[in-house]
Design a protein around this ligand. Sequence first.
Ligand SMILES: [Zn+2]
Length: 439
Amino acid sequence: MYRTGNKLAYVILLIISSCTLCYSQQDSLFRGTKVGCISGDCQNGEGAYRTSGGNVYTGHFFNGKFQGQGRLIYHDGDEYEGQFESGKMSGQGKYIYHDGTIYTGQFANGRMEGQGTMEYASGNRYEGMFRNNVKSGTGEFWFADSSHYSGNFVNDRMDGQGTLNYPNGDKFVGSFSRGKQNGKGIYYYHEGNRYEGEFVNGNFQGNGSFFLNDGSHYDGGFKADNFSGFGIFYYANGDVYAGEFDNGTYNGCGIYYYENGDRYEGDFLNNQSHGTGTFYEADGSATEYHYEHGNIVGEGVQLASMYSSGHSPLNPAGDNTTGTAVHNQEENKNTTGETSANTIGTTTSKQENNQTEKTENTTGRNSSVTNNTGEICPVCKGKGKIYKPEIRKNKMVTKDISNGIGPRNFVTYTVNEVVRPAGYVTCGRCGGTGKINDN
Ligand SMILES: [Zn+2]
């Protein structure tokens, strides 16, 4: 497209040189054709003129320059027909490139400027504003594959706010830069899913949300069209996964919250449990497992602490109790410190108090130990094992099957899979012995 301007400059130069009869003799000899005015009045009137470069103008002249309606056929096959002013394309005109591309519209100062239509040889078509020979400002672009863009252009490319409709019915609305989706936008899939968020060079990248037809949605990081970094996936059934993602799969540390109040905390690798994972049931019981690529290795262990504390891990009261205990210990430390620094009399008094407490404690423990020695574990009822029902979770599967040029084919669906088959786990209260011997 820049060629148009160059040609015009060339033409103008030749007009000037021809007017002083200073055309290139060598060129004319080589071509064997006359250079300069071929016929008619090339000063003020209708005439035909051949430039030294081999371009031929037919049309109106004024003061020796192309002016008014005219037609210029370039030596390389390009052709312009339209208005001229002071030797340059200006006003309404039609420029036909030798490859078949046609521009119809406004010109100014030898360049495409203003409203115009470009019908490309490839089948693409543009209708909109031009500036300095290139698409610039608002316009519409119809791609040969029937994609359609409506929006802003800068320097011949989609740039600024725009809407891109894909042949399959997908649609993007948002920001473009240098011909690609860059910045914020919304990608609507024809089947109803949509992505809202940041784009980098046409890819879902940065922070975004993905809404699925089934009512589930994802908030978090994206990279190269897929879930990446930290994200939260809200399943339609009420389950929630919060954790790390990589390339669309669970990868790293994550927590899976079940709708019923249970939750699973653990390590993931390529969408599978891998490493250590713990199930916390809504009633407060917790079972720890070790995984390798989704499979449980060894036997699970029901964590005892949850039973002894009597608090659900979700219950903040449990945390408070721990906090209070630590606080008391600190107070005791302070008391001891003060004791050593204080008088003997005070120390004695405190020792007496301590002794009284110790005696009480000892009495309590002794009776307790006596009563509990060899007692059947209340948690597993002496079996040493506890039955745990099957646990399933929703697993997300995401695939980008687009070719990077056409519409996206970012497929996301969920699979409900068993992550813990039904079975027995070791009782953490008695360590699997079935008996409580200590504390
Ligand atoms: Zn037990």
